[in-house]
Design a protein around this ligand. Structure first.
Ligand code: C2E
Ligand code: MG
Ligand code: MG
Ligand code: MG
Length: 276
């Protein structure tokens, strides 16, 4: 039994870890070349008004197709990108691509949807990030409020002061800031006082359990009231069925995103949806 044989156990874990480390390194190198040579793309998940199901915006979600392994989930490669620091370069690529997409859509003459982009705290920690982003929008001749920056409080807790300074500067420059996965961090309420927010996004886990679990339902109701009282926009994440949509609407939530409406889709499909 491995359990009783200390040496074998050690050897087993040692080999296992070095293989894991090798795999990670290979994956990291592949990700590095994807940033330069293609392989990354954005999908767009429409955000809708619950009342009409009309699309008013979208969240840009990063997709990576590995040359051998095929499409990988962000749940796999975003943590890798965070740990290796590649997330700063990737995040810049995502913001550039979102702006390029907005410019492409503007050419078709329609009203532009607002695009939400997920931002890592490592991007915020860069002193030059707010200025860089401002110049990016100027060079694309885009209004700053066409972008919404989604941040998570778990990310923020790592380096609060510097990230917070960046957020305040971004807000002063006219960017919108959303708190993603709201309710899942540890200090949600104290953060609400400090962060310059435009929007709260109710985490999918509460929405998912809401119709079966009274506590989740109460939490969702409380978050909706909180957002109203603080005059914040509110989006419910992960709406998967009509019952959830109706419950949210009844409780006064106005905006949502979830598989019940639309899954994340390639740009061409999103444009087709917008142009109807
Ligand atoms: P997130 O920002 O909370 O994004 C929402 C995630 O929930 C997306 O997963 C989306 O596909 C999924 N989702 C939306 N509606 C539903 C639903 O009704 N049911 C279920 N089961 N899932 C739903 P995805 O695309 O796999 O992204 C996962 C996470 O990866 C994101 O969570 C975000 O934290 C991160 N991520 C994605 N793109 C980027 C990026 O460009 N930069 C950074 N830093 N993180 C990103
Ligand atoms: Mg998000
Ligand atoms: Mg989220
Ligand atoms: Mg989430």
């Amino acid at each position: 039994e491995a359990k009783h044989s200390g040496r074998d156990t050690f050897r087993f874990f040692d080999q296992d870890m070095s293989r894991e480390a090798r795999d990670r390194l290979k994956l990291e190198q592949a990700l590095r070349s994807a940033i330069k040579g293609g392989g990354l793309s954005l999908h767009y998940q429409p955000k809708v008004r619950l009342e009409t199901a009309g699309v008013y915006g979208a969240e840009a979600l990063l997709r990576w197709t590995h040359p051998e392994l095929g499409p990988l989930s962000p749940a796999v490669f975003i943590p890798l990108a965070e740990e290796s620091g590649l997330i700063v370069e990737i995040g810049a690529w995502v913001l550039q691509e979102a702006c390029n997409a907005l410019v492409r859509w503007r050419a078709s003459g329609q009203q532009l949807p607002r695009i939400a982009v997920n931002i890592s705290v490592q991007q915020l920690e860069r002193e030059d990030f707010p200025g860089w982003l401002e110049r990016l929008l100027i060079s694309h001749q885009l209004e700053r409020d066409l972008l919404e920056l989604e941040i998570t409080e778990t990310g923020l807790m790592q380096n609060e002061q510097r990230a917070l300074r960046s957020l305040v500067r971004l807000q002063q420059k006219g960017f919108r800031i959303a708190l993603d996965d709201f309710g899942t961090g540890y200090s949600s309420l104290s953060y609400l006082r400090k962060l310059p927010l435009s929007t709260l996004k109710i985490d999918r886990s509460f929405v998912m359990d809401m119709s079966a679990d009274k506590v989740s339902l109460s939490i969702v109701r409380t978050i909706i009231q909180l957002a109203h009282n603080l005059d914040l926009d509110l989006v419910a994440e992960g709406v998967e069925d009509e019952i959830q949509a109706q419950l949210l609407l009844d409780m006064g939530c106005e905006q949502a995103q979830g598989f019940h409406y639309h899954r994340p889709m390639p740009e061409a499909d999103f444009v087709a949806l917008l142009t109807g």
